[in-house]
Design a protein around this ligand. Structure first.
Ligand SMILES: Nc1nc2c(ncn2[C@@H]2O[C@H](COP(=O)(O)OP(=O)(O)OP(=O)(O)O)[C@@H](O)[C@H]2O)c(=O)[nH]1
Length: 165
């Protein structure tokens, strides 16, 4: 991996939202600076953006601000953004506190949770929350209350931090 365009990979994921199948087309841009001109073209039209950092890497966390600024400039105005602190299972190597992720997310008004691609903690939830938000937008009736993605995530997320989940 990690050479040229192989860093821009595509996957489909189907999520079941209240008996409706929502197909998510997921582009993984790997966040590399040299691909910015290429990645613009992809996230410009994206309906949702998942920003991942690695809780064992301070530089990966510090990069997030640049991405948030970038997104503000180039992405759709109503794009669904979510901040994810990945590798939550690696408690012993943690260098980014859960509170730091929470603070940054609050500053930018985006939902936040810690995930682990290894144990699966909060991974399905991240995709489900996005699928629910997009489904609500697509099918919303005028009098129906808006889907509250922040509240949904807060009520469903598994806490990480101390227990190496
Ligand atoms: N323990 C643990 N390892 C993980 C987790 N997520 C990814 N990894 C490992 O971290 C390494 C990098 O994973 P990638 O998916 O290539 O990460 P990436 O950020 O896309 O890497 P780049 O393409 O270099 O930007 C691999 O060895 C993964 O197995 C996680 O949640 N927990």
């Amino acid at each position: 991996m990690h050479t040229c365009l192989s860093s821009l990979s595509l996957q489909n994921k189907v999520v079941d939202v209240d008996n409706l199948k929502v197909k998510l087309q997921i582009w993984d841009t790997a966040g590399q600076e040299r691909f910015r001109s290429v990645t613009h073209a992809y996230y410009r039209d994206a309906q949702a953006l998942l920003l991942l950092y690695d809780i064992t890497s301070k530089p990966s966390f510090d990069n997030i601000r640049a991405w948030l600024t970038e997104i503000h400039e180039y992405a759709q105005k109503d794009v669904v953004i979510m901040l994810l602190g990945n590798k939550a299972d690696m408690a012993a190597e943690r260098v980014v506190k859960t509170e730091d992720g929470e603070r940054l997310a609050k500053e930018y008004g985006v939902p936040f949770m810690e995930t682990s691609a290894k144990t699966g903690v909060n991974v399905e939830l991240a995709f489900l929350a996005i699928a629910k938000e997009l489904k609500h937008r697509a099918t919303q009736q005028p009098n129906e209350p808006k889907f509250q993605i922040h509240d949904y995530i807060e009520s469903q997320k598994q806490k990480t931090g101390c227990c190496g989940m």
